[in-house]
Structure formats: structure tokens, C-alpha cells
Design a protein around this ligand. Structure first.
Ligand code: HEC
Ligand code: HEC
Ligand code: HEC
Ligand code: HEC
Ligand code: HEC
Length: 420
């Protein structure tokens, strides 16, 4: 049943986040393998073509048509890349290519998530082809399994190839006519590739009330309610500009700057107490900033001395993010910034006797949530392989935080100020 299927997926994700190697958490009834069911939100959103297209894991491609060369038959991105070098180069640097990450792989080695059905469920978004699944749902070995493909994450074929038929967006207008006999039997043009719902299977939970009325993954619905959607701007228009296969997101400071503004406002730096404010606005992110429960964004203001060092007791901070207690299935807070809205940190504190400046900073921790998940996995896992992978994941997550903006203002000289 689809509804169970998707709730199953949501609660597995929740479970993974809360109690990574199983334990408490909701019982997962069905895996995402089971297709079927009608009249549910997923079908309504995806429509008939995409509902069938996004059956995940994607069924094995089967025998290739006669006459296909080894390159045309191959599901390996580098083979596609021989003829589509631009897409291949861009994809290689994307998080989609890295989706079979150490943080995922390390959780699939031992324990509950290593059971066939759960493993497939996790991989259904991170490495979705049947050819990437070592086992069928029953636990039998998957005959189509290609070990070399598994680690390549969301490969080209996940989005473009079904039963060896190639699908893509309609050809760009104004190009010269195509040769009659194209490689891989040509392609079928589908306008769905240009639409946001193409991305929804992996970036939205359907039929899921979630926590506090919001699914844990709700990007498509947030987008649907945004001014960007009203203006006819799709996920692709921002994340695949000019069809680029880059999918930059919160890990990329330039991408974030393209969507949010940060400014100082109404500062009275001559007064004591000092008054300042830092405002972050979601100017042009097509969904909540950030959309997921995993990142945290911190707005901070503090005073510094002559050497630029932070002065004790002057720090003030607010957090942007959504935090869920996955064990209790309750929302702790949701301070994400919706499109058109802003978050403001007001600062009003006595001027420190040694203060010479004031600093405002916006810091982004893209994998905040997973850092604690990985740390606790390092305590509970046993196999060397799993521990190695999770240690690498933690290292990457620890290296991910960055400063989006830092603004420093000098304070007027104390004696000058005192005369006023
Ligand atoms: C032997 C060369 C060759 C190989 C290998 C190849 N392609 Fe193509 N592909 C082409 C040509 C030529 C076209 C025609 C349109 C064009 O030039 O983009 C095409 C068209 C496409 C299109 C349609 C583009 C559009 O305008 O919508 C997609 C999508 C596509 N290929 C994906 C793939 C994927 C995915 C793979 C690997 C699984 C692959 N191709 C392997 C040569 C190749
Ligand atoms: C996550 C899904 C996804 C993956 C993975 C993916 N693509 Fe695409 N691809 C798309 C979408 C969506 C479009 C259409 C974008 C648009 O219309 O704005 C597209 C467009 C294309 C086009 C047409 C480009 C043009 O300029 O007209 C080609 C060719 C293509 N992809 C090849 C590839 C190859 C080769 C790979 C792997 C290296 C790949 N794609 C990986 C989703 C994907
Ligand atoms: C519905 C699609 C979907 C399913 C199913 C899914 N994930 Fe993810 N996962 C995502 C998306 C999208 C992200 C990126 C956004 C984020 O950080 O939450 C992600 C991020 C992650 C990350 C952090 C980034 C990284 O690669 O290190 C880990 C770890 C992870 N998932 C593990 C899992 C595990 C384990 C399962 C199975 C219990 C699972 N996922 C099931 C979509 C999915
Ligand atoms: C108007 C431009 C725009 C549109 C439309 C848009 N995004 Fe984004 N998206 C951004 C910007 C800017 C960021 C970086 C800031 C952030 O993380 O929210 C981002 C970040 C993300 C992230 C990073 C994770 C996170 O927690 O923020 C994901 C995943 C994502 N977008 C997916 C999507 C999907 C799927 C759609 C369509 C349903 C979509 N986006 C529509 C601009 C857009
Ligand atoms: C097969 C499932 C799948 C599809 C389809 C898919 N994504 Fe993703 N996407 C993921 C997963 C899983 C991740 C996280 C990878 C990781 O970090 O491990 C991700 C990551 C991203 C990110 C980077 C987020 C960050 O943290 O910076 C963006 C942006 C994004 N996707 C946008 C899109 C858009 C736009 C589309 C539609 C064209 C799309 N995705 C289609 C599964 C998918």
C-alpha cells in the first residue's frame, strides 16, 4: 500500500536520525518496493507517468535491444559521459553523484538497516537502480547486481533510463535537426523533466502527517506554496540553471547567497547599552530556508577587544532550523525562514569596558543533525568497515560548516562617546 509505503519511508528516515541502528521508533510496515494504490497524494502530485517512472528501486533494465553497443547498454555514468561530457562533468561534482556516501553506506553494513528490505528502502533515494541493490526484497541475491555501480549514487540512468529506453526533456528549441539514427535508440521527450514534481519522489514525503502537521521532508509542498512557484519557477530553474547538472544547495555558500540576504539594521553603536540587529531574509529560496531538518544556521553578535578577540559575556545568538525529537515524535522548534520572511537577532547589551568593535556573523552547519548521529554510531557500531565509513562521514560533516557573512563595525571611542 502506497500510504504505508511512504510513511514507512518517513519513519525509517526518522528512525535513522533518532536511533540510527534501530531500537525504538515506529515499526516499518512496508518498503518502498511495493507499488500500487490509487487516489493518494503521491499520484495526484506526480501524475500517471511519473508515478510509474519513479517506482523505486527502479526495476532492473532487462535485456538491451538488439544492436545496442556495449556503451549504449551500459548504466555507468562514464559511458554516458563519453557522449554527454558536460552533464557528466557537472554531475560528478554534485551531491547526487556522492549520494552513496560514507554516512549512508556505513549504516547499511550491520544491524537492522542491513536487512534486505530496509537497505533497499534507504538506497531507493541514494542509489536507486535495481542494479545497485545487492539483494532483492526477499533476501535472495539480485542477479542484475553490479557492485561497481552501487557506490556511484544517483547515476544518470536513475533519472533517464527505464528498460533501456532513454527519456529526457524536450530538445532545446532552435537546434539543428537530429540525425535519423541516434545512439541508444534515440530518446523520448517528456515535459515532466522540466517540472518540480520530477524531483518530488526523493524530496517530499507523501501521505504523511509528519510532526506538528509537517512531513519531515516537505520541500515540494513548501515550494508549491512559494512565490517562486506562483511565478512558474521550478526546482530546475534554480538548481539546474540552463539544465546544468550541478544541484548546488546549502553546502555551497554562493548558492545560499543567491537566495538569502543578510544585513545590519538600526544600529546605535554610540549608546550604552549597545544596540544592533542582524537580519537574515529569505529573498529567493523557493522553499523554507533551510528546507531540511539537518542543517542549522546561526545568527550571532558579540563584542571584540582591541585584538579582535571575543569578549566574555557579550555573545548573543539565535538558531534557524527545525528540530524534532524523533523518539517522542515531537517538534522541539521550527524557526526556518519561509520565502519572503526573515529572522532577526536583536542585540542590546552593556558595552564591555574593553570593547572596540562589534561583530555580526551568519554561520551555516549543513550537516548539523548528522554530526550527532554519526558520533553516536561510532559508539554503537562494531564492524571495522562500518566504523571506518562513519568516521569518514563524521570528518566530512565536521568540515562542512562555514561562515556565510561576517560584518565588523568599530565602536566609537569610549571617551568621545562619554562626552555626549
Ligand atoms: C554513443 C554516444 C551516446 C551514449 C553512450 C549515450 N548517449 Fe545519450 N544521446 C546521444 C545523442 C547523440 C543524443 C541526441 C541528442 C543530443 O545530441 O543531445 C542523445 C540524447 C540523450 C538524451 C536526450 C537529451 C534531450 O535533449 O532531452 C538523454 C537524456 C540522454 N541521451 C541520456 C543518456 C544517458 C543517461 C546515457 C548513459 C546511460 C547516454 N545518454 C549514453 C549519444 C549518446
Ligand atoms: C536527479 C536526476 C538526474 C540525474 C542524476 C541526471 N539527470 Fe540529466 N537531466 C535531468 C533533468 C531534470 C533534466 C532536464 C532539466 C531541465 O529541463 O531544466 C536533464 C537533462 C539532461 C540532458 C539534456 C540537456 C540539454 O541541455 O538539453 C541530457 C543530455 C542529460 N540530462 C544527460 C545526463 C547524463 C549524461 C547524466 C549523468 C552524468 C544525467 N543526465 C544525470 C535529471 C537528471
Ligand atoms: C525519500 C528519499 C530518501 C530516503 C528513503 C532516504 N534518504 Fe537519506 N537523504 C535524502 C535526502 C534528500 C538527503 C539530503 C538532505 C538531508 O541532509 O536531509 C539525505 C541525506 C542523508 C544523509 C546525510 C548526507 C550524507 O549522505 O551523509 C544520510 C547519512 C542519509 N541520508 C542516510 C539515509 C539512511 C540510512 C536511509 C534509510 C534509513 C535514508 N537516508 C533514506 C533522501 C532520502
Ligand atoms: C527560487 C529558487 C529555488 C527554487 C525554485 C528551489 N530551490 Fe532549493 N534551494 C535554493 C537555494 C538558494 C538554496 C540554498 C539555501 C537553502 O539551503 O535553503 C536551496 C537549497 C535546497 C536544498 C538543500 C537542503 C536544505 O536543507 O536547504 C535542497 C535539497 C533543495 N533546495 C531542493 C529543492 C527542490 C526539490 C525544489 C523544488 C521542489 C527546490 N529546491 C526549489 C533555491 C531554490
Ligand atoms: C533518486 C532520488 C532523487 C531525485 C530524483 C532527486 N534527488 Fe536531489 N538529492 C537526493 C539525495 C539522496 C540527496 C542527498 C545526497 C547526499 O548528500 O547524500 C540529494 C541532494 C540534492 C541537493 C543538494 C542538497 C544540499 O544539501 O546541498 C539538491 C539541491 C537537490 N538534491 C535537488 C534536486 C532537484 C532539483 C531534483 C530534480 C531535478 C532532484 N534533486 C532529484 C535524491 C534525489
Amino acid at each position: 500500500m502506497l500510504c504505508l509505503l511512504v510513511i514507512g519511508c518517513a519513519s525509517e528516515l526518522a528512525e535513522e536520525v533518532a536511533t540510527p541502528m534501530g531500537g525504538a521508533g515506529q515499526e516499518v510496515v512496508a518498503s518502498r518496493d511495493e507499488a500500487g494504490g490509487v487516489g493518494n497524494a503521491r499520484e495526484e502530485v506526480l501524475g500517471a507517468f511519473l508515478s510509474a517512472y519513479w517506482r523505486v528501486p527502479v526495476p532492473a533494465q532487462g535485456a538491451a535491444p538488439e544492436g545496442f553497443s556495449a556503451a549504449e547498454r551500459s548504466l555507468h555514468p562514464r559511458e554516458c559521459g563519453a557522449c554527454h561530457p558536460e552533464q557528466h562533468r557537472q554531475w560528478q561534482g554534485s551531491l547526487h553523484a556522492g549520494a552513496y556516501s560514507p554516512g549512508l553506506a556505513g549504516q547499511l553494513v550491520e544491524g537492522r538497516l542491513s536487512e534486505a528490505a530496509r537497505l533497499r528502502s534507504c538506497q531507493s533515494c541514494h542509489a536507486p537502480l535495481a542494479e545497485q541493490q545487492p539483494e532483492r526484497e526477499s533476501g535472495e541475491a539480485e542477479p542484475a547486481y553490479d557492485a561497481a555501480l552501487r557506490g556511484q549514487g544517483i547515476v544518470c540512468a536513475s533519472c533517464h533510463v527505464r528498460a533501456h529506453r532513454h527519456f529526457g526533456p524536450p530538445r532545446r528549441p532552435g537546434l539543428p535537426p537530429l540525425a535519423e539514427a541516434l545512439p541508444h535508440g534515440g530518446f523520448e521527450a517528456r515535459t515532466e523533466f522540466e517540472e518540480s514534481r520530477f524531483c518530488a519522489e526523493c524530496h517530499q514525503f507523501f501521505d504523511d502527517e509528519g510532526v506538528a502537521g509537517k512531513p519531515v521532508q516537505n520541500t515540494w509542498a513548501e515550494w508549491r506554496a512559494s512565490p517562486a512557484a506562483a511565478a512558474g519557477r521550478s526546482c530546475q530553474s534554480c538548481h539546474m540553471p540552463d539544465r546544468a547538472h550541478t544541484w548546488r544547495g546549502i553546502h555551497d555558500p554562493e548558492m545560499v547567497r543567491a537566495g538569502v540576504d543578510v544585513e545590519w539594521v538600526s544600529i546605535d553603536l554610540a549608546a550604552d547599552p549597545l544596540r544592533a540587529a542582524l537580519v537574515l531574509s529569505n529573498r529567493d529560496v523557493g522553499h523554507a530556508f533551510p528546507t531540511y531538518v539537518t542543517p542549522r544556521v546561526f545568527l550571532e553578535i558579540w563584542q571584540v577587544g582591541a585584538a579582535g578577540r571575543e569578549l566574555d559575556g557579550t555573545h548573543s545568538r539565535v538558531t534557524i532550523g527545525r528540530e524534532i525529537d524523533f523518539g517522542a515524535w515531537q517538534e522541539r522548534f521550527d524557526t526556518r525562514v519561509l520565502p519572503g520572511e526573515s529572522m532577526r537577532l536583536d542585540y542590546e547589551q552593556a558595552r564591555h569596558p574593553l570593547a572596540r568593535g562589534i561583530v555580526g556573523r551568519v554561520r551555516i552547519d549543513p550537516a548539523y543533525h548528522y554530526r550527532s548521529v554519526f558520533a553516536s554510531l561510532l559508539e554503537s557500531l562494531e564492524s571495522k568497515e562500518a566504523l571506518g565509513l562513519i568516521a569518514e562521514a563524521l570528518e566530512r560533516a565536521d568540515a562542512a560548516p562555514y561562515v556565510l557573512t561576517e560584518i565588523r563595525r568599530d565602536l566609537p571611542d569610549r571617551r568621545a562617546g562619554a562626552g555626549r
